[in-house]
Design a protein around this ligand. Sequence first.
Ligand code: 6PG
Length: 238
Amino acid sequence: MKLYIYKTENEVAVGLSKYIKDNFLKNEVVNIALSGGNTPKLLYQVISNSYKDENWNKVHFFWVDERCVPKTDDDSNYKLAKNYLFDSIKINKNNINEIDGTNNPKKEALSYSNQLMNKINMNNNFPSFDLIILGLGDDGHTASIFPNQMKTLDTNNCCEVALHPISNQKRITLTKNTINNAKNIVFHVTGKNKSSVVDKLINKLGKYKNYPAHYIKPNNGNLSWFLDFSAASKINKI
Ligand code: 6PG
């Protein structure tokens, strides 16, 4: 596990953008899965400002999870990426593989699983992404795998339907086995409100086993944390 710690959230976005540009813009197809929430917005803005003229046509984008809403909805993870990334970089629309938030959730979980298995190289019976970028909730959730739905960790499906524990919003999410099958996994986490959960996960303190993010361990790949000082502020206090 590697920690990349930067002073500010902007510097984290710059560092992670450079990591992506240096390692995943190649002359061969690369499959990347994006998370949602608020954190990715700054990353997308930095990539759009710094690397919009790079050749993105070998990069195929997928989602770690999606809210079951239309892609025009402000809650849509696709909409966030379209507005702040895809509308800026030069990328073929066929390289963008969104989850259909308007489909019947169970049908979409199955359909997206099939899409992944058809489009991405398989390894250990699961698709193997080149890079999966994860966020982290202050309750220890990641993707849309929530502490009260730990069964999503052990299913043999590539995707599952999840329910946000507070809003009851339905989500489609990659499962632990799909995520852990990636070659590279990055946790992109900033802000003081995440400092406690980051500390507990990295130092295995308190009720870390109740956090779904604890079970994200690449089978054969690399795990990296991109953090700002605020999110990392408690790590060394042991
Ligand atoms: C989503 C996510 C989710 C997110 C975390 C962190 O669709 O909401 O993928 O796992 O990454 O909740 O969200 P913030 O970046 O808003 O803190």
